[in-house]
Design a protein around this ligand. Structure first.
Ligand code: BTN
Length: 281
């Protein structure tokens, strides 16, 4: 009887149904050639979508496979940090890529993911910018983090797992982090997560194709336009510690920072944290 009513009156879907992430609700509407069309695993809970997808990759899952869940019990962030992933509050997602790229270009996929998610949320009215290398921020607060894991084979890149944690609802981050974290819902009425997912996959496929074809040059203009780091004064901490102006992105994706003595330093994403001298951005 309930099914009959739902079919007759789809507008009566409750909030939870409207934000359903299960593949049946979105897979038929994919506009991509490959992303989202491989093996797709969705569950209420996973340890970490990156971890599960890496196991799938090692068992031969195809380019475009993905994992997504409602909550992660061991969500992971950059620099060995954990990632808060409360149930139903975000888009906790990982995409498997087997790109045609020389190994030194694989880290640049992180820029493609940042651009793709920035464009996806911009499509819904959120003014997202990219804090180098790949945090999405809006009004100075972090909206999305990206964790890239690359596996090499003798002949080049074997696979890349691109994990994104997008805060969609206000409950995605703990209240004590409200000064530096944000969610889509802080700026607009949040669209169903599946809609953001569909846009993200379409943009990601486009940026990856450009990177494969033209290298960094294929995505540089858009990355520069959306970067809130370039042109700012930044503090770099971690393996390197310095303060200076972020002046450009190098070929391999390194941030070029000019210190006050005029020297230009290449900062690699893997081992540093970069913050604006005035705060998080
Ligand atoms: C960061 O530190 O900014 C990166 C955070 C990445 C979080 C996402 S959530 C989905 C995927 N699975 C994980 O365990 N981490 C990434």
């Amino acid at each position: 009887m309930q099914n009959l009513l739902n079919n007759l009156f789809p507008a009566r879907k409750n909030k939870e149904q409207a934000d359903d992430l299960s593949p049946e609700t979105w897979q038929k509407r994919l506009s991509t050639a490959a992303l989202g069309r491989g093996e797709v695993r969705y569950a209420r809970e996973m340890t970490s979508t990156n971890l599960v997808l890496r196991e799938m990759a090692q068992s031969g899952a195809a380019h475009g496979s993905l994992c997504l869940c409602e909550t992660q019990s061991a969500g992971r962030g950059r620099l060995g940090r954990s990632w808060h992933s409360p149930e139903g509050q975000g888009l906790w997602l990982s995409v498997l890529l087997r790109p045609c790229l020389p190994p030194e270009r694989a880290p640049l996929i992180t820029f493609c993911a940042a651009l793709a998610m920035a464009k996806a949320v911009q499509d819904f009215g959120v003014d997202a910018r990219i804090k180098w290398p790949n945090d999405l921020v809006s009004q100075g607060r972090k909206l999305c983090g990206i964790l890239l894991e690359v596996s090499m084979a003798a002949e080049g890149v074997d696979y890349v797992v691109v994990g994104t944690g997008l805060n969609v609802r206000k409950g995605a981050y703990p209240p004590e982090l409200a000064h530096q974290a944000a969610s889509v819902e802080d700026f607009v009425a949040p669209p169903p997560r599946a809609e953001i997912l569909l846009r993200y996959l379409a943009h990601l496929e486009d940026f990856i194709a450009r990177l494969e074809r033209d290298g960094l040059a294929g995505i540089a203009e858009e990355y520069h336009a959306l970067s809130c780091t370039l042109g700012s004064r930044v503090n770099v901490t971690g393996a390197a510690t310095l303060t200076g102006e972020a002046i450009a992105i190098g070929d391999s994706g390194a941030l070029l920072v000019r210190t006050d003595d005029g020297e230009v330093h290449r900062v690699l994403a893997g081992d540093v944290s970069v913050r604006g001298v005035m705060g998080y951005v």
